[in-house]
Design a protein around this ligand. Sequence first.
Ligand code: C5P
Ligand code: C5P
Ligand code: ZN
Length: 483
Amino acid sequence: MSADTTTSGDGPVPELRERAVACAERLRDADRVLLASHIDADGLTSAAVAASALERAEIPFETVFAKQLDEREVARIAATDYETVLFTDFGSGQLDVIAPHAAEGAFTPVVADHHQPADLPDGVPEPGHHLNPLLFGLDGASELSGAGASYVLARALEPSDGDNRDLAALAVVGAVGDMQATDGGLSGANQGIVDEGVAAGVVEEATDLLVYGRQTRPLPKFLEYASDVRIPGITNDANGAVEFLSGLDLDLREDGEWRRWVDLTMSERQTVVSGLLKRAIASGVPASRIDALVGTTYTLTDEAPGTELRDVSEFSTLLNATARYERADVGLAVCLGDRGDALDRARTLLRNHRRNLSEGLQWVQNEGTTVEEHVQWFDAETRIRETIVGIVAGMAVGSSGIRGDIPILAFAEKSDEEVKVSARGTHALVREGLDLSAVMREASRAVGGDGGGHNVAAGATIPTGSREAFVAEADRIVGEQLS
Ligand code: C5P
Ligand code: C5P
Ligand code: ZN
């Protein structure tokens, strides 16, 4: 496939950059900084971008991670003797909790985030160092991620003789990890970051097959597990995938072993893609789905070919496999360049994560969802880890037997007292007025919990036993939004 490196996009908007300069000034004034971030791929890359920038600017810091920034977590941070706290990939949604601590002088917050900001209690002043695309007319769910906001901050922190554009690589991993790319690739301020990464020689943009595992999977497994666009006789069909490849008149094995997508020449890839398209058309896959087979991909050119880290999408899955299993330290070390023990450990965690996702999805598809008037839901209880139930819910929407035209709510047990809820919608529903961030916040508060997030993907924690009331409330609010 042709490498198509576009240089459109005009970078993060000037106002955002100005705000970043003010945030950077505050950080430079600090003796030391506590860096607090979220435990997913975007949170890890946010932390890694910020940590690298602080390090290069010679500002001492310590890094901590949290599953969720709630009152308890913010109180714990306030109790440390750090005077400056940099929050990345969370903080905006908890400004109502953070701002009162700041007003009391517990610490000065600097927030680089992309979540829907919370309303402040009456009389509490808005913290000044708040870097969020939503404040500048950008969409926080698709145009800039937490890692992107951290990257804008990192550029503002650049020493006079330094260049932080290499950190664009991690910012792109964060955006893709937060599902901000469509088959047309990244857009908005994200595209500006891609362009800077391309210019710095760390990112490559291409048009390629949009299938997970381009770098690491042997060809038959690569095609067999390509579940985004189902091709009958190949997807989920080990023998079918081998037969298809064997029928292509290409030499796809080397020393008896199947080659990987990354090992193929452009012309070999063309042959496989045309074969796939032909097969998809012949099997009656709708044209819109067929189009989604090919799209924009991002490669990190400094990483070794054939490793998870080379492909942005594989990299982000590897990171989720660490942080969502209480091993954020492992993912952060990989982001910061550890290609030894940390990478080995991350690969082991990845095998476990992928098994959990596939078993979780299987369970949801077997069980099906309960369909209300405007939403559908399932309760995995303890069958799916609460830290990945949102990922499973996102994979389930519109997959075999699960409706794709209404939002999905996914419940999992968090503790004896608390239940985690993840909500996922579609961009089409968002265009009709869906805002899951508001749904999760309002419905959870109605039952004594709390939540927030993005219009298309959001989450909440609610008290055990309040599921029924929560579903009713969420169903009502979604109905209002879509009416
Ligand atoms: O907290 P954070 O913003 O990092 O998490 C975003 C979450 O929203 C991710 O789990 C991502 O998978 C999900 N998401 C989604 N679809 C989108 C955008 C985000 O499922 N279009
Ligand atoms: O946990 P999950 O992947 O479902 O989270 C989806 C989005 O909702 C993320 O951006 C997350 O930060 C946000 N969220 C939140 N408050 C919660 C739970 C999730 O803002 N209590
Ligand atoms: Zn994020």
